[in-house]
Design a protein around this ligand. Structure first.
Ligand code: ATP
Length: 465
């Protein structure tokens, strides 16, 4: 798994999907840039989610709210007081750790053969976390004599709460840690301007920022990332009905992507709920490092609208059928970068060929591939490049294509396999006589002859959403 993950990170860099940010200055921990193929794939994923949320649901509309918002928004939402993680510093290594993770890892490693003891410690940890008893967690670390993994010493500080929002100090502003508040604060603008009636949803895709204590595993946990969120406003008495509906519907959406067998997904109810949630569950995906959250579904009830009503002194109510009430909210919150990683990791394959050689192929769903087709001349002479370029220019307005003549045909195919391009069309000497080209399929590498006129129709049919 580690070998595969290292290979994946290297593949993403070599083929222009993802680069470490600020690499020329030594990089920036847990921040990444999307390269030319990465941004195309990411945009396709966004468009796929956006269309399925807004175009296919007539009662869900979109919004694109600002990243910087009035700081009272974060007071009302509870993020200033409660969006915290526990933190412990080590005095020698100056490293920061999440104490609960430190304990969990220690127990996993040292009590493998003593499940009773393991359970006893983990249950004590869970109780202390529930009661927010920081002292007891520290006592547990001391009792277990947990050392810093590098310095092998026990010099721990006290445990403290660490707020995960990034603050712009001179302006008293925060970088948003979730996109949802831009939706809540625009609630009335949207209801009025779009004549929305309960139940209805508001969807948004955008950047969020969290000062994660431990940010690693490539793009899985970053300090700057993108979310695709949808807040669904409902009658309070229909909370359970819609919560179950969205849990089921979101899991189905992931399965319909048809990336991997459904056993790679699981739905887990939350033990520890976020401060705003009354129910919560995660859709987990089997990443190369194991099952981890990819999307959260929560019932936020009237937590946010009620608090905004209190702080802003504006009404956040719906008047319908002579009733006046604050709607409840069911939220679906998907990490775009995590979905990118799920798609990328499950599509990347090494295949043994009949001639004993190997090929690397990115078997992305066709509709998400960054490039839909590549056009090559078999050789760089005798008018073949001109014909191939004409095909490229005629179709490029409708489909994302590349024209390439930089290497031999075998190498050109391998490169497109590694990028995930579903089709390659090659112009050869027969093209001059018959207006036909060879069409090569990425997945089975089979080739067939087709008429040039058929190319747009094939791409339309096979590579659209
Ligand atoms: P985790 O438990 O992994 O920290 P979370 O429960 O805090 O995640 P939510 O607040 O529910 O996450 O955010 C919704 C989604 O946003 C997550 O399911 C995940 O896909 C994505 N997300 C959250 N934090 C990050 C991050 N630091 N980097 C990348 N994606 C993230």
């Amino acid at each position: 798994c580690n070998y595969f993950f290292e290979f994946l990170i290297s593949h993403a860099k070599v083929y222009g999907f993802i680069f470490p940010s600020s690499e020329i200055y030594g990089g920036l921990n847990a921040i990444y840039d999307y390269g030319p193929h990465g941004v195309e794939l990411k945009n396709n994923i966004k468009e796929f989610w956006w269309k399925s949320m807004t175009q296919l649901h007539e009662n869900i509309v979109g919004i694109d709210s600002s990243i910087l918002m009035h700081s009272d928004i974060w007071r009302a939402s509870g993020h200033i007081d409660k969006f915290n993680e526990l933190l412990i510093d080590h005095k020698d290594s100056k490293k920061r750790y999440r104490p609960e993770i430190l304990i969990q890892k220690y127990v996993e490693k040292n009590f493998l053969n003593d499940p009773k003891k393991k359970e006893e410690i983990l249950s004590r940890l869970s109780q202390s976390l529930k009661k927010k008893n920081l002292l007891d967690i520290k006592v547990l670390i001391d009792e277990l004599c947990i050392c810093d993994p590098i310095f092998k010493t026990k010099n721990w500080t006290e445990i403290r709460n660490f707020n995960m929002m990034f603050k712009i100090i001179e302006k008293d502003l925060f970088l948003r840690p979730e996109t949802a508040q831009g939706i809540f604060s625009n609630f009335h603008n949207i209801v009025k301007s779009n004549r929305m009636k309960i139940p209805f949803g508001i969807a948004q895709i955008g950047k969020s920022f969290r000062n994660e204590i431990i940010a690693r595993k490539f793009i899985f946990r970053m300090r700057e990332f993108e979310q695709m969120e949808m807040q669904f406003f409902i009658l309070p008495k229909e909370e359970i009905k819609w919560y179950n509906y969205w849990k089921k519907s979101r899991l189905k959406w992931h399965l319909d992507l048809n990336l991997v067998n459904k056993k790679y997904y699981r739905l887990c109810d939350h033990d520890h709920l976020a401060h705003y949630a009354s129910f919560g569950s995660d859709i987990e995906f089997h990443f190369p490092f194991g099952f981890q959250e990819i999307e959260g579904i929560h019932s936020r009830r009237d937590f946010d609208l009620k608090n905004h009503e209190f702080f802003s002194k504006k009404k956040f109510r719906i008047f319908e059928l002579e009733k006046n009430y604050i709607p409840y909210v069911i939220e679906t919150s998907l990490g775009l970068d995590r979905l990118f990683l799920a798609i990328f990791s499950s599509s990347l394959k090494e295949e043994e060929l009949k001639n004993g050689k190997k090929r690397i192929v990115l078997k992305l769903p066709y509709c998400l591939s960054p490039i839909k087709a590549a056009i090559f001349p078999l050789v760089k002479k005798n008018g073949l490049p001109e014909i191939a370029k004409k095909i490229f220019h005629d179709i490029k307005i409708h489909h994302r294509l590349v024209y390439d003549e930089k290497e031999s045909i075998g190498k050109l195919y391998r490169r497109q396999d590694a990028i995930g391009t579903p089709f390659c069309f090659t112009v050869d000497y027969d093209t001059i006589k018959t207006d036909t080209v060879t069409m090569r399929n990425r997945d089975n590498m089979k080739q067939k002859r087709i008429h040039i006129k058929e190319i747009p129709k094939i791409l339309e049919k096979k590579t659209g959403f």
